[in-house]
Design a protein around this ligand. Structure first.
Ligand SMILES: Cc1cc2nc3c(=O)[nH]c(=O)nc-3n(C[C@H](O)[C@H](O)[C@H](O)COP(=O)(O)OP(=O)(O)OC[C@H]3O[C@@H](n4cnc5c(N)ncnc54)[C@H](O)[C@@H]3O)c2cc1C
Length: 425
């Protein structure tokens, strides 16, 4: 049974997207909802047998795709509550990172890291362990100090870092409850400069990745050399020398996908600016990435970076024709049960594919086969085909999360087909 009546016919329900940003998932929900108060949301959940939240819809798979009720929390009253003494901010789960970032900066604060795009919602990004780059920075979920969520029976549950199961709840895949508020650690605001360097030798990859606050390396698998290094360095660090690691300096702004408009990208060429206008690759008011695309991503141990990349050489001629761009990043280890960075400093291989599922899926399977010796953990929000038993074996706390699911959602209110596949009841 799905919730009926005023919610299902609400005029604002028309504001809920019917498909994801990439367009490869058309949501199967029978009813769409946009409640305007937490009490309305609680009634909706309590009266629904199957319900999920959608954030900004930037995921590429069906973990969040229910055939019951789909709800956006964007209509709830916005909350931004900065606690300077604790160094934390409590924010509506539906708020976009970019909007929070602007606000924090005006108050003299920052988040330690951001993803490549600022358009994503806090709750949606945290649920899938979205990350940026930087070998000393954890993923975005690792900055979460507390959550408020509506659980399957419609109760409002608040948890913080002291709770026994907190580490299991943060990267919750949207399956433990609908997150109304997120509390995040903040740091003093800071400035960065972004430099793009061209044509990196693979031998220098490790040094390049560790060379600045946040580093992304872009490649296209058409050459053994790496096309671009995006160095986001603290503003008072000296610029890279003219012959830095044998690269040359880009003399004009770049877009990660060749041929796409550079106006969409955050300022480069060493121009100093606030953290939230340098850490993402893309500007808030513009289309991130290419738009017509799919994405996959795999986290392996940082120490396996060179070997994992080399393992893909055999399939480079399969990858290149369906690839728009590949990005290599680092993420620091954390303790969150379903984090791809769980107890493992990580090297991350990202693939932005062409928008052609049929052509891409066989290549994804090949990539996974080559990376298998490195126990890759796929991004929870992207396209992957990993065998459920293999995936379970890559997460030491998989069984604990499955138990938490049964405990918090015994009747499967937040269950979806894909969730059932990876966490059988
Ligand atoms: C152009 C582009 C660039 C990207 N760059 C990066 C990157 O740099 N790094 C990276 O790691 N990822 C990246 N991603 C992936 C993206 O960050 C994740 O897929 C993220 O989950 C998207 O957040 P969202 O708000 O759109 O969530 P959605 O896709 O809307 O939802 C994701 C999951 O969260 C659940 N959810 C959403 N809101 C709530 C809520 N309030 N309560 C409970 N569950 C909820 C949903 O049910 C679903 O299961 C990128 C995606 C795109 C399209």
């Amino acid at each position: 049974m799905t919730a009926q009546g005023e919610h299902a016919t609400s005029t604002t329900a028309a504001d809920v997207a019917r498909r994801n940003w990439a367009g490869n998932v058309r949501y199967a929900a029978r009813a769409f909802h946009r409640p305007t108060s937490v009490d309305e949301l609680r009634r909706l959940v309590a009266g629904s047998s199957r319900i999920r939240a959608v954030g900004s819809g930037h995921s590429f798979n069906r973990f969040g795709d229910t055939d019951g009720d789909l709800v956006t929390l964007a209509g709830l009253p916005p909350v931004v509550d900065l606690d300077r003494e604790r160094g934390q901010v409590t924010v509506s789960g539906a708020m976009r990172y970019g909007d929070l970032a602007r606000h924090l900066h005006t108050q003299g604060y920052a988040l330690a890291n951001l993803a490549s795009l600022p358009h994503i919602s806090l709750a949606g990004a945290v649920a899938t362990a979205t990350h940026g780059s930087g070998q000393t920075h954890g993923n975005l979920a690792s900055a979460v100090a507390g959550l408020e969520l509506v659980t399957a029976d419609g109760d409002l549950l608040r948890v913080d870092r002291d709770a026994d199961t907190f580490a299991g709840m943060v990267v919750g895949l949207g399956a433990l409850g609908l997150v109304t508020r997120v509390t995040l650690d903040v740091v003093p605001t800071f400035e960065l400069r972004q430099y793009v360097r061209l044509d990196l030798d693979r031998e220098a990859l490790d040094e390049a990745l560790g060379s600045a606050y946040s580093v992304s390396v872009f490649t296209d698998f058409r050459s053994s050399r790496l096309r671009e290094v995006w160095r986001k360095q603290v503003a008072d660090q000296p610029p890279p020398q003219a012959d830095w690691l044998g690269t040359t300096a880009a003399d004009a702004p770049r877009h990660p996908v060749l041929g796409m408009p550079v106006e969409n990208c955050t300022p480069q060429l060493g121009e100093p600016g606030p953290w939230h206008e340098r850490l993402p690759h893309f500007k808030l008011g513009f289309t991130p990435s290419s738009g017509d695309e799919l994405q996959s991503e795999y986290h392996v141990a940082r120490t396996d970076a060179a070997d994992a990349l080399a393992a893909l050489d055999d399939v480079a001629d399969l990858i290149a024709p369906v690839l728009l761009v590949s990005e290599l990043r680092t993420v620091a280890a954390d303790e969150l049960w379903l984090s791809p960075n769980h107890q493992r400093d990580s090297f991350v291989l990202h693939f932005t594919w062409v928008d052609d599922t049929a052509a891409v899926l066989p290549v994804v399977a090949q990539v996974e086969e080559r990376l298998a010796p490195f126990a890759p953990r796929p991004h929870w929000g992207k396209v992957f085909v990993t065998d459920p038993a293999e995936l379970a074996a890559r997460y030491p706390r998989h069984a604990d999360f499955a138990a938490l699911l049964r405990h918090l959602d015994p009747t499967g209110t937040f269950r979806t087909e894909l969730l059932d596949r990876y966490f059988p009841r």
